[in-house]
Design a protein around this ligand. Structure first.
Ligand SMILES: Nc1ncnc2c1ncn2[C@@H]1O[C@H](COP(=O)(O)OP(=O)(O)O)[C@@H](O)[C@H]1O
Ligand SMILES: [Mg+2]
Length: 207
């Protein structure tokens, strides 16, 4: 369960200031999915980072499963069971090979991980280094790694952005499967016209 209550934030740099969210509130019950739609710069990435404890905020409160995110601070992932799929996934892979990424997430032999590797067609990529992968392949590996962590709360920042139709369908099927298995899902997407997700949605205003 996510609760966002009266959230507002202002970024300043030099003479420039950017106001985000403007007293924004919503809640996402456990076991449901929600899509946040907003144009570039509306604060989608910032909001997901706030929920992960990676970005401070000025006003309002955020709760995950009743825990106040301000109080969880930096150890948030240890205290609430969440996974974050960042928008720029290539920044987050530090390991040498794809296989190592999955060894970190869990056992490669685990049945759930095997099914994820199959779903995202990763098996042929396991021995490769990340710098040998195409953008789309990196995105598939990132999706697979994200689901392999088997968290209750899934935060995904524009996961559809770099996927072709086939891989987007793989991701949509997996999201549906996760939802049927009780996961809570928050997804962002760039604009309403290209929103591929069949879930409740909310629009973030850019002001
Ligand atoms: N750390 C930061 N310092 C200053 N401005 C920032 C920072 N992070 C984001 N912003 C600004 O906040 C706005 C929202 O950014 P972002 O959340 O990345 O938007 P979106 O993901 O919806 O495209 C942008 O105008 C961006 O430049
Ligand atoms: Mg973004």
């Amino acid at each position: 369960m996510i609760q966002v209550e009266h959230l507002s934030h202002r970024f300043t740099w030099g003479n420039y200031e950017k106001h985000l969210f403007n007293d924004f509130s919503f809640s996402l019950p456990k076991g449901k999915a929600l899509v946040l739609i907003g144009e570039s710069g509306s604060g989608k990435t910032t909001l997901l980072k706030m929920l992960c404890g990676l970005q401070q905020f000025d006003k309002g409160e955020l709760y995950i499963d009743g825990n106040n995110v301000r109080k969880l601070a930096i150890n948030i992932a240890e205290k609430v069971n969440l996974s974050y799929l960042p928008q720029r996934v290539s920044d987050y892979f530090l390991e040498q090979s794809v296989e190592k990424e999955f060894l970190l997430s869990g056992l490669l032999e685990d049945a759930n991980i095997q099914s994820i590797l199959n779903d995202f067609n990763i098996k042929s990529l396991l021995n490769k280094h990340f710098n040998e992968l195409s953008g789309g392949e990196i995105q598939r590996v990132a999706c697979a790694s994200f689901f392999a962590s088997n968290s209750d709360l899934l935060l995904c920042d524009e996961p559809a952005a770099y996927l072709d139709k086939i891989n987007l369908d793989l991701l949509k099927n997996r999201m549906q499967y996760e939802l049927e298995n009780g996961k809570t899902i928050l997804i962002t997407t760039g604009n309403n016209a290209s929103n591929p997700w069949p879930f409740r949605h909310l629009e973030l205003l850019n002001r």
